[in-house]
Design a protein around this ligand. Structure first.
Ligand code: COA
Ligand code: MG
Length: 320
């Protein structure tokens, strides 16, 4: 499992593996995580061809503007998963496997065994130049999966996060998605809580299926803010136009970051005079607030903010 502090998966963009045009386009995008898809965006008659197209495409080195490359394989019970994995793991630039329709621990046992079998160095201590261990992200998309979160979260040492798939989940429960997303409250909350409880660095929220026009942009912003407030640290995207909005909202904004920096600096001063609780702008600051602010500053660094400069700017911040 990765250390949470080093993981940045604000946007996960799906790219259909059957579209050479979109595969090529993905290399020009600035995105934290690209998931090349072999599952639902690929028609059954194109599965075989798409698998080889994605494998060949991923033989080239990763583009600088993409942090992480994943492949979403087909589900374990689809009949395609073994061949998908065997082929795509040949490409050294695959960092992560996204596994759809994970319903039980056994699904991840299967995937982990195949990874281990295909990549014998997977469990060795990484050395300079060696391939880092391949990680797994599990899609939670059924009632059964939700009821099995505990066993799923502890099923594989390679598991690095959970993703909520609203459309399949709605189909499984025979419910209809509404703009408020209130019908998904329990599922989303359970996923975020499980990922924290089992120390998985990522909890990635549902796709906003609307992507064209001003209304779609507003929905995307609202959904992204809502997911962030619930504790998700990223969101799935289906179109390049969604990525900038999602990455902006899931990264710290400058106001939030300045506040966090002032708390971190002020807390050092408070600690030096033996104060655990103190005040900033009329608000009480204590250990949990400081912990959150330290995490915000660390994440801002990953997002490209010059946190050193901000820390210097606020170096004289005093506790009230
Ligand atoms: N990844 C990479 N490039 C994409 C893309 C994606 N997901 N979606 C669109 N593009 C590219 C298009 O090829 C086009 O490129 P160009 O400027 O070089 O011509 C550009 O972005 C604009 O695309 P646009 O014309 O607005 O969209 P479209 O009609 O080509 O495609 C969708 C719309 C919804 C079919 C397409 O975005 C898509 O297939 N998304 C992924 C769906 C998916 O993976 N679903 C399963 C997971 S939920
Ligand atoms: Mg699905």
């Amino acid at each position: 499992m990765s250390s949470a502090a080093s993981v940045l998966r604000r946007a996960l963009l799906y790219v259909p593996g059957s579209s050479q045009k979109m595969l090529n386009k993905s290399r020009s995008l600035n995105v934290d995580l690209v998931a090349y898809d072999l599952e639902d965006s690929v028609a059954p008659h194109s599965k075989h061809e798409a698998r080889f197209a994605v494998r060949d495409f991923l033989m080239q080195p990763k583009a600088d503007n993409i942090r992480e490359q994943a492949v979403r394989i087909n589900a374990v019970d689809s009949g395609y998963a073994l061949q998908d994995l065997t082929e795509v793991l040949k490409a050294p630039s695959v960092d992560t496997i996204v596994v759809p329709k994970v319903n039980q621990a056994a699904d991840l046992h299967f995937i982990s065994d195949v990874i281990r079998h295909t990549l014998p160095d997977q469990d060795r201590q990484p050395s300079a130049g060696s391939r880092p261990p391949v990680k797994i992200l599990a899609l939670i998309e059924s009632a059964q999966a939700l009821m099995s979160l505990r066993e799923i979260c502890t099923a594989s040492p390679y598991l690095d996060g959970l993703i909520f798939a609203a459309e399949d989940f709605a189909a499984d429960l025979s419910i209809t998605r509404t703009p408020s997303l209130s019908e998904f409250l329990y599922a989303r909350s359970a996923i975020v809580t499980a990922s924290r409880a089992y120390n998985l660095p990522s909890a990635i929220d549902l796709v906003c299926t609307a992507y064209k026009g001003d209304d779609a942009k507003l929905s995307l912003e609202e959904e992204s803010r809502g997911g962030k407030v619930m504790g998700f640290n990223g969101k799935q995207c289906i179109h390049p136009s969604q990525v900038e909005v999602v990455q902006r909202i899931y990264g710290p904004n400058l106001k939030e970051l300045e506040w966090a920096v002032r708390v971190v600096v002020g807390n050092k001063k408070a600690e030096s005079v033996g104060r655990g609780a103190w005040t900033l702008d009329g608000k009480m600051i204590d250990v949990p607030v400081v912990k959150k602010c330290v995490a915000i500053v660390a994440r801002a660094g990953l997002c490209g903010y010059d946190t050193g400069k901000l820390l210097a700017k606020w170096k004289d911040q005093q506790p009230e």
